[in-house]
Design a protein around this ligand. Structure first.
Ligand code: ZN
Length: 126
């Protein structure tokens, strides 16, 4: 598949795929004329890169994750998991707070133990 078609299928500009090629993230084959040729395997890898980017993993880290034998791979994945789980915990805290606030009977949030508890917890985690 030509780079233009691959980029269109992925929904990114072609310069993004050229950059990913240059930095070794997804390196397609080359046809004799020199043009890039993306196989199904390359397309699969491109989709994985997009998915990793969507959850905030840097291109440098994605490059390591894609190579199974890379020594630092597990550490990077564990670090990303820890980061995502921390965000999850923060969002869950915010959700509990808002669910409570909507039915909080105190005239001032500062007089409510539940509301105060949340403000203390969110300060500690940031
Ligand atoms: Zn409250």
């Amino acid at each position: 598949m030509k780079i233009g078609d691959a980029a269109q299928e992925l929904g990114v500009p072609t310069h993004v795929l050229r950059h990913w090629d240059d930095v070794g993230v997804v390196v397609p084959a080359r046809v004799p004329s020199g043009h890039r040729d993306y196989s199904e395997e390359h397309m699969y890898r491109l989709r994985v890169v997009r998915a990793c980017q969507a959850v905030g993993i840097s291109l440098a880290d994605i490059r390591l994750i894609l190579h199974r034998d890379e020594p630092g791979r597990t550490v990077i994945i564990e670090a990303q998991l820890a980061r995502i789980r921390a965000q999850q915990a923060q969002l869950e805290g915010a959700e509990r707070f808002l669910v409570h606030v909507v039915s909080c009977t105190h005239d001032l949030l500062t007089r409510c133990p539940h509301c105060s508890e949340y403000s203390t917890a969110s300060r500690a985690s940031t």
